[in-house]
Design a protein around this ligand. Structure first.
Ligand SMILES: Nc1nc2c(ncn2[C@@H]2O[C@H](COP(=O)(O)OP(=O)(O)OP(=O)(O)O)[C@@H](O)[C@H]2O)c(=O)[nH]1
Ligand SMILES: [Zn+2]
Length: 386
């Protein structure tokens, strides 16, 4: 079976780059996060206004309807559709017609499980499947890139007679973004990473360490390579840890997960073995962002496990791709690695991105009295090798 994260990678990883496309997506992410609507254009050239569900208020909904000249739908992911009782769907996104009786409050209840709203009957809602390339699908993908709740309110635009798309966008001071560009964004951003900073940073357990920062040219978030010792691609496979950012575990020492131990353990182990690299990836909460991870924690406190909590919010269990990691390794001159991990998805994905994983090095730390359930879920549901 293809893992969900592998499915997120296009078959052709060498597609041409388009800097304008990258910039339009990054600007659209900013608008969506600010609570402004953005215009999404599908492959047929049809347009829709998309608004983050986190920005939905009675006024914002009314303004959206007026501007678009149509009634909006609510677009949710397949996991969120299942969580609110709309059944199992094949399509990645499902849309719900927002007829009479639906207002800002009911939309929030449908998309945000942390509201603990009473279960509302959804059996009378008109629902439609939507593929990712549609305006609704791309709007949800944009919400994910913006690290917001992965749902969107989407209203098809009926252009007034004589008004062009460009005229409409200019008149309302909106950002227009193409569905295709949203879907290609992560791959493009990864493939255009550029080294923008490189300094010596002696660490407690590894004094001979450099930290290198890689930035996509759109101004998106940087990934870091922590190079310990003097690894060389000529001397056989390099010892590598791909570590996804965990503010709570890495910085605060949270006991809910094992990230802090794994980060410091990786630095110590690489130092002990002489040299290697920790790739510190800007993929907080397995790619859902810190705010959504805190929401997931709230659900876990109600008894759901890590995977269930992600799915209730509308995410996949793991939203990460490792193309940024592969690109940094490539730029550092490392094509063969020994990978410190227990996660089989990391091995599969890195190989798919053209890095030869010669060996897996187990990276296990004792539980701490708070993270037993977290570790059990990794083993039982995500296939981690403990
Ligand atoms: N969504 C979500 N993310 C979490 C949770 N706990 C920790 N994380 C995130 O999970 C990621 C941990 O990733 P990694 O340390 O790379 O670990 P891993 O995928 O388990 O794989 P290995 O440690 O390599 O075996 C970090 O981004 C954390 O922020 C949680 O309960 N929910
Ligand atoms: Zn963590």
């Amino acid at each position: 079976m293809t893992s969900p994260s592998l499915a997120k990678l296009p078959d052709d990883l060498s597609q041409p780059l388009d800097q304008t496309a990258l910039r339009s997506v990054d600007r659209a992410i900013g608008d969506l996060r600010r609570g402004d609507p953005v215009v999404v254009e599908d492959l047929q050239g049809d347009l829709a206004l998309a608004l983050s569900v986190e920005a939905v208020t009675p006024d914002a909904l009314a303004a959206l309807k007026l501007m678009a000249g149509s009634s909006p739908v609510l677009a949710v992911t397949r996991p969120r559709a299942a969580a609110i009782g709309l059944g199992e769907h094949q399509s990645p996104v499902v849309t719900l017609a927002l007829g009479g009786g639906f207002n800002a409050d009911t939309i929030h209840e449908l998309v945000d499980p942390t509201r603990r709203a009473p279960q509302r009957s959804v059996s009378t809602l008109t629902i439609e499947p939507a593929e990712l390339e549609t305006r609704e699908g791309a709007a949800v993908a944009l919400a994910k890139l913006a690290r917001l709740l992965p749902s969107a309110v989407v209203a098809p635009i009926r252009l007034p007679r004589g008004v062009t798309a460009d005229g409409f966008v200019a008149k309302h001071d909106l950002m227009l973004v193409r569905a295709r560009d949203i879907l290609d964004y992560q791959v493009h951003a990864a493939r255009t990473l550029t080294l923008v900073g490189d300094a010596s940073v002696p660490l407690a357990n590894a004094e001979n360490t450099r930290v290198l920062a890689f930035r996509p040219p759109d101004g998106g978030v940087e990934h870091l390579a922590i190079v310990i010792g003097e690894p060389s691609g000529q001397d056989g496979p390099v010892l590598v840890r791909m570590h996804s950012e965990c503010f709570t575990g890495d910085l605060l020492g949270s006991l809910r997960c094992d990230c802090g131990d794994q980060l410091r353990g990786a630095i110590a182990e690489i130092s002990r073995q002489g040299s290697g690299v920790v790739l510190y990836l800007a993929q907080e909460g397995r790619g859902i962002g810190l705010v959504n991870k805190l929401r997931a924690y709230q659900l876990q406190d109600d008894g759901f496990d890590t995977v269930e909590a992600n799915e209730m919010l509308g995410f996949d269990a793991d939203e990460r791709i490792y193309l940024p990691a592969a690109e940094m390794l490539r730029q550092l001159g490392f094509s063969r690695v020994r990978l410190l991990t227990n996660n089989p998805d990391k091995l599969r994905q890195l190989a798919r991105c053209g890095i030869e994983v010669v060996d897996r090095v187990a990276h296990i730390f004792p539980s701490n009295g708070h993270n037993e359930g977290y570790l059990r879920t990794k083993a039982e549901r995500s296939g981690h090798m403990f």
